[in-house]
Write a protein that binds this ligand. Structure first.
Ligand SMILES: Cc1ncc(COP(=O)(O)O)c(C=O)c1O
Length: 467
């Protein structure tokens, strides 16, 4: 059979459509996620599974269950209206509670409940929204490194083309609006016209808030270039230094009229700040009626159960709870961030492996390892610079993958590679640290052991670390 016939026959036998097969077979699958899903059923437990899996790669806050659990188990006032179809933009009561919460905690200015629409997560909202803002093959600029999930959200069904605006590694990936212009020009060379920009603020994977000036430079540039802007603010409250490095919402810089004129939209979610990724609740705030109508129309496919909305409404209405929750959640994040700095060292401190398991190589486990943590103040992760630990005998991009696999296979510890975050410079990894402190200590111990026992020569051996 000729190879064309083989393909044809494979297509005929496939019980799913060509378009679905295309997404399944050709879609972006990040290796670290495949590994995650094959391992997460056997998690680490201090006594029951001491060598169990630890995901340093999933952006979930696992430090807050005791805080939210009492709110989630109470359901007084549940009634028959919760059983029936409701407004797919969200129940009136939920949108009112959301508007009040967003005003005080996230946007820092008033927002009309009628300008909000809810859906089953920020990820689905990205997909739904870009389907509406762009046509097939339109370009979306995404400042890079960026959250790996956007690959799927923007390309699988919305069929946008991502144009990464690469920030400079030598400048710790500081935001530079000229990278957005370069991305537009790069797109044009490939016949792709940029229609929109997607910014995650605070940034994932860098764990960093944007300053007012940075945001303003972006707004001005996008307006001048007639580029629609979507700002994903899902980490707005996940701050480690809220007083010194406060979060600035795009809404603080733009009036509702300015947002409408400039085609700017904002997303938020309960997955990150409230550690409720399983609840599947996100929201869009837009001043553009056509976009709101679209979200409302799609609500049937992307809806949130009224039961879940009811539980969250009562949680948001309890201001004492919210105040306590946000303060404690931020304090715990700050503590974990300090633990990371203390162990990974940055410029001053160094990891010294203290507790060892029987399987550790005693000779090397005590070796001192310093891994530079890029400055961070938000999110639930840090970006670490592992360039000095890459094998010297292969290309850095292959070396990054080899290092990631070494940590995974020797320590059952999964990091996200810089490659999966579209980091242009190889050798960086994202490390999600919002875990219970005992698990975090164990994860850091394993990381130390892995980096102290590299089976290849690297720059760190020769002390050539310029981190
Ligand atoms: C920047 C960003 N946006 C969206 C999402 C997805 O959020 P949700 O669970 O609300 O779909 C994530 C998850 O990691 C994220 O980091």
């Amino acid at each position: 059979m000729s190879s064309d016939n083989k393909v044809e026959s494979k297509i005929k036998k496939d019980p799913i459509s060509k378009r679905a097969a295309f997404i399944l077979d050709e879609g972006v699958v990040h290796e670290y996620l495949t590994e995650h899903f094959s391992r997460f059923g056997e998690p680490y437990h201090k006594t029951e599974r001491p060598n169990g899996y630890i995901p340093f790669c999933v952006a979930e806050n696992k430090q807050i269950f005791d805080l939210v659990e009492p709110k989630l188990s109470q359901r007084p006032g549940m009634n028959i209206t919760h059983l029936g179809y409701n407004d797919f933009r969200g129940t009136a009561e939920f949108r009112e509670a959301l508007a009040a919460f967003l005003k005080d905690y996230v946007f820092k200015r008033a927002v009309e409940p009628s300008k909000l629409g809810i859906a089953n997560g920020a990820g689905p909202l990205v997909e739904m929204l870009f389907w509406a803002l762009c046509d097939e093959n339109d370009g979306v600029i995404v400042p890079a490194p960026y959250y790996s999930g956007f690959d799927m959200d923007l390309t699988a069904r919305a069929k946008c083309k991502i144009l990464p605006a690469n920030m400079n590694a030598e400048d710790d990936f500081a935001f530079d609006v000229s990278a957005c212009q370069k991305a537009v020009e790069e797109g044009r060379k490939q016949g792709i016209e940029a229609k929109a920009l997607l910014l995650t603020s605070p940034n994932n994977p860098l764990g960093r808030s944007y300053t007012r000036d940075e945001l303003q430079s972006l707004i001005d540039w996008a307006k001048n270039n007639k580029i629609a802007v979507v700002v994903d603010e899902v980490y707005a409250l996940s701050l480690t230094q809220p007083s010194e490095k406060p979060f600035v919402s795009i809404c603080e810089l733009m009036t509702p009229d300015e947002m409408r004129e400039a085609n700017v939209h904002v997303l938020y979610s309960f997955s990150k700040d409230f550690g409720m990724s399983g609840f599947r609740v996100g929201l869009i705030y837009s001043e553009t009626q056509r976009v709101l109508d679209w979200a409302s129309n799609m609500g049937f496919f992307y809806g949130v159960s009224t039961d879940t909305q009811f539980v969250l409404t009562s949680m948001l209405k309890d201001r004492d709870f919210l105040e306590r929750y946000v303060t404690t959640m931020q304090q715990r994040l700050a503590d974990s961030y300090q633990t990371i700095l203390k162990h990974l060292g940055g410029k001053e401190s160094r990891i010294v492996s203290e507790s060892k398991t029987a399987s550790d190589d005693t000779a090397t486990a005590n070796k001192k390892v310093t891994i530079r943590v890029l400055p961070a103040d938000a999110g639930i992760f840090v970006f670490i610079d592992c360039r000095a630990f890459l094998p010297l005998d292969v290309e850095p991009s292959l070396g990054e993958n080899r290092l990631w696999r070494h940590v995974l296979e020797t320590q059952n510890l999964n990091l996200s590679t810089g490659h999966s975050c579209h980091c242009e410079t190889p050798g960086f990894m994202r490390l999600c640290y919002a875990m219970e402190s005992e698990v975090l200590q164990e994860a850091l111990r394993r990381l130390t052991v892995a980096f102290s026992n590299l089976p290849w020569p690297c720059a760190a051996d020769a002390g050539v670390i310029d981190n």
